[in-house]
Design a protein around this ligand. Structure first.
Ligand code: GDG
Length: 502
């Protein structure tokens, strides 16, 4: 198997020993894949340069080679803040009301993808596998093909894929999606997004989808499949049992003085449904005065994408809602919502999760949502908390033992909070045990192994040792399979997704 070339918008450089565990699960998984296969992680440094030079900053840390480029201000504005985060992100999260269609954004997006292609091209060797991540880089495969790259290339989309009726509102949508078909493997978080993609390909591009969900396009076969992402289970369970997590757990528990704890942990993003969540909590407080003073909602929401206006808007909106609810329900010695606009180290986060009686994960739309999985992994199996999960998170496909809610219905979420607070221990344990088994089994290692295996592709070529005597022709004898349909049968790796949920 060749080396891996991982390409994503940003690169997570492995920290020196001692800061281990500071990275998120995805970075840890990709770094361990890179250590195993060898290779390079390429992307934007996050730094700005006055004029784009294409200079590659190559570094080797902790067994992983990274290569980064700086971008110029116009690139960042049009590609990152523009097309990626003001056009594709809202559109892919079904928010066409927030989607901005600006021709400059589209041009900036293509220009930066071209810059990515030119910069990474000299790093790719003939039998490398190229693994591209996310909505920032959808046309990258086709640009690399145009520059002569013949390698196996895959794309994994971390976000949802929108329904065709929404996607067609994007100018030049056909061109964008057709460019994706230059990848050999296209991965989605679950079968729902996969089916939306296949629907689009048939309806708008007029292509035929084979029974194994592959698509034949310009003489090549593209495999589309669901690869549900998971967390680094072992690492997270270990973190939750460590000293730092225990200290964070005890600190939080002491501070609430016997009250029940609800926890939310989300990047400050409109897709995460924070406003609706706060309203639902306000409704819960109003409808259940006897329980209201016995619970606290801790919402951790580190700011993100602060240069984009809709993100400034959500911040103001949440501050107003928190003030309103706290004003109505607080007491001299008690505040019902603790809204914290900052991030915490992973180990502390694990301790907070473990201290919480309810994990409140209510995005309006989410590719997967790893917080739901982290919450489950951090619980004490003898006395676990209850996960309340949006039916619109990709994770809901796998986590049917959570209390699944419609995050748009403040009544539904409010009732789920009451039900979770009153849930008997036996039911909590049963639900948690099933959720934990699924989180453990479908972890990030499995995700990346499945993807890399699919990317590696079906075995090719004749058997190394041809039989000495020709065997009599017989149906089903692979050595004799002259029927191309027989030879083209999908391998296990190519078969349609076994989204654990289905
Ligand atoms: C995208 C897709 C998909 C959050 N606050 C802190 C902190 N976090 C960590 C969480 C979790 C991660 O950030 C968030 O992951 P999510 O999956 O919830 O969401 P996105 O950032 O939107 O990620 C999503 C994911 O990609 C993977 O494919 O699941 O659907 O949108 O790991 O723990 N980490 C630390 N401190 C914080 O305060 N250390």
């Amino acid at each position: 198997m060749g080396r891996l070339i991982v390409i994503s918008n940003r690169v997570s450089v492995p920290k020196a020993a001692g800061a281990a565990g500071a990275q998120g699960g995805l970075a840890v998984a990709l770094n361990s894949a890179l250590r195993e296969h060898g290779g390079i992680w390429f992307g934007w440094s996050g730094q700005e340069t006055e004029e784009f030079t294409g200079h590659l900053d190559m570094q080797r840390n902790d067994g992983v080679t990274t290569a980064t480029i700086d971008l110029e201000p116009q690139d960042i504005e049009e590609y990152y803040n523009g097309y990626a985060n003001r056009t594709l992100w809202p559109l892919f999260h079904y928010r066409i009301d927030l989607t901005e269609y600006d021709r400059n954004f589209g041009e900036g997006y293509e220009r930066v993808n071209e810059r990515f292609a030119d910069s990474v091209l000299p790093l790719i060797e003939s039998d490398d596998l190229v693994w591209v991540h996310d909505y920032h880089l959808l046309p990258l495969g086709s640009l690399l093909r145009r520059k002569g790259v013949k390698n196996r290339m895959g794309l994994f989309l971390h976000t949802p894929w929108p329904p065709t009726r929404l996607l067609v509102s994007l100018p030049l949508h056909e061109r964008l999606v057709a460019s994706m078909l230059e990848f050999d493997v296209i991965g989605f978080q679950n079968v729902e997004w996969l089916e939306s993609f296949l629907h689009y390909v048939q309806k708008e591009l007029g292509l035929t989808v084979n029974p194994d969900n592959s698509i034949d396009y310009q003489g090549r076969r593209v495999v589309a499949r669901a690869f549900p992402i998971g967390i680094d289970y072992e690492e997270f369970v270990e973190a939750a049992g460590g000293a730092e997590a225990r200290a964070a757990h005890d600190r939080l528990k002491q501070s609430v003085r016997g009250r029940k704890i609800l926890i939310g942990v989300d990047r400050l993003d409109y897709s995460k449904g924070l406003g609706e969540r706060f309203e639902a909590y306000g409704r819960f407080l109003a409808d259940n005065p006897e329980l209201a003073a016995r619970a606290v909602l801790l919402q951790i929401a580190p700011p993100s994408r602060e240069d984009v206006a809709s993100y400034q808007q959500i911040r103001e909106d949440l501050e107003r809602k928190t003030g309103h609810i706290n004003g109505a329900h607080a007491d001299v010695a008690f505040v019902p919502i603790r809204y914290v606009n900052r991030g915490y180290p992973r180990d502390q986060l694990a301790g907070f999760y473990r201290a919480a009686d309810i994990g409140l994960v209510t995005p309006l739309r989410d590719g997967m949502n790893l917080v739901a999985k982290e919450y489950v992994a951090a619980q004490d199996p003898e006395d676990p908390g209850v996960l309340i999960l949006s039916q619109f998170a990709g994770a809901a496909h796998q986590m049917k033992d959570a209390l699944l809610v419609n995050p748009h219905s403040i009544e539904h979420v409010s009732e789920a909070i009451k039900r979770a607070l009153e849930m008997p221990l036996a039911e909590r344990r049963e639900r948690h045990a099933r959720l934990l088994a699924s989180v453990r089994e479908n972890d990030v290692r499995r995700w990346r192994e499945d993807f890399v295996e699919a990317l590696f592709g079906p075995p090719v070529g004749p058997p190394a040792e041809p039989p000495a005597m020709p065997l009599p022709a017989k149906a089903g004898n692979p050595a004799e399979a002259e029927n191309p349909a027989e030879a083209e049968k999908p391998t296990e790796a190519e078969k349609p997704a076994q989204d654990q949920t289905a």
